[in-house]
Design a protein around this ligand. Structure first.
Ligand code: SAM
Length: 267
């Protein structure tokens, strides 16, 4: 299959992304472990550790005065796929609760792809997690979620696959409460030349080969590797986040820029 992403139109890209993730859903988790040599777990753990305390929030009345009621921190994990980030957040909340933090979170996992969500739901059941909300939705437009609803929006290895990224970022901005935070974990640009060359060979040749061996599907993994190369670099993506209206936009490189965590606030 030649995905030829340079020339495809938006509708076509969305269809192909769907096709890729329907195909890889069942092997997605094992492929992540194999292709990243397990390192994606470290990146995800670090990403979740950067959220900070997930305290329950005081409920304010119509006059803006605090009441004696509390509500959980509301978190939306977009392109949540098979649930990795949501599960880690859930565990982090549990461990924060054992310290001095009054942590409580209500977590919604959304993804455009029913197959990925299906695998996520099965994994959640296996682990005894019963308290997630699941939502099938395109990150570009989630009309079922109201304005100013969430305290935190996370997206991990998802924004790269979204066709109209600015639209998705604006949607994130709309859904977040004032003071809410956008956090994104995504592949980025490796800056060190020799490291970049090694990484290019690995991602463009070895990963599709692993896809072929493990899932009998090198084309999907070829697409995933190409989409990494075409994704905007750290500064370009930071400026797109600013264009969507976010403030205090920052990023941090992981593993020499193989990945980056971008963050911004709705003020
Ligand atoms: N967040 C998970 C993780 O970190 O392991 C899954 C990442 S997986 C590489 C990318 C996910 O993005 C897939 O589950 C795919 O279905 C989803 N996706 C692709 N395009 C999307 C869109 N427009 N809106 C929402 N999700 C999308």
């Amino acid at each position: 299959v030649d995905f030829g992403y340079e020339n495809v139109d938006f509708d076509e890209k969305e269809g192909k992304v769907k096709e890729v993730f329907h195909k890889v859903a069942n092997n997605y988790d094992i492929m992540n472990d194999v292709t990243s040599l397990g390192i994606h777990r470290l990146w995800k753990n670090y990403f979740v550790s950067q959220i900070g305390p997930m305290r329950r929030k005081v409920v304010y009345n119509a006059n803006g005065e605090p009441t004696d009621k509390y509500e959980p921190m509301k978190i939306l994990d977009v392109a949540g796929g098979t649930g990795d980030i949501a599960f880690l957040i859930h565990e982090e909340v549990k461990s924060q609760r054992q310290t001095s933090v009054n942590a409580e979170a209500e977590i919604t996992i959304s993804d455009i792809n029913s197959s990925m969500l299906g695998v996520g739901k099965d994994r959640a059941k296996e682990r005894g997690y019963t308290n997630f909300n699941w939502l099938e939705a395109n990150a570009e437009s989630i009309p079922s979620l109201e304005d100013n609803t969430f305290d935190l929006y996370t997206i991990s290895f998802g924004i790269r696959n979204v066709t109209d990224r600015l639209k998705a970022l604006k949607e994130a901005h709309r859904i977040l409460k004032r003071g809410g935070r956008f956090m994104c974990l995504e592949f980025s640009e490796v800056k060190i030349p020799i490291w970049k060359e090694m990484y290019d060979v690995y991602s463009m040749n070895i990963i599709p080969l692993m896809g072929q061996i493990i899932s009998n599907d090198s084309a999907s993994y070829q697409y995933l590797a190409e989409s990494i190369r075409k994704f905007p670099n750290q500064m370009e993506f930071a400026s797109l986040i600013k264009d969507a209206g976010f403030k205090h936009v920052t990023y941090e490189n992981l593993s020499g820029g193989i990945c980056a965590i971008h963050s911004g606030y709705k003020l």
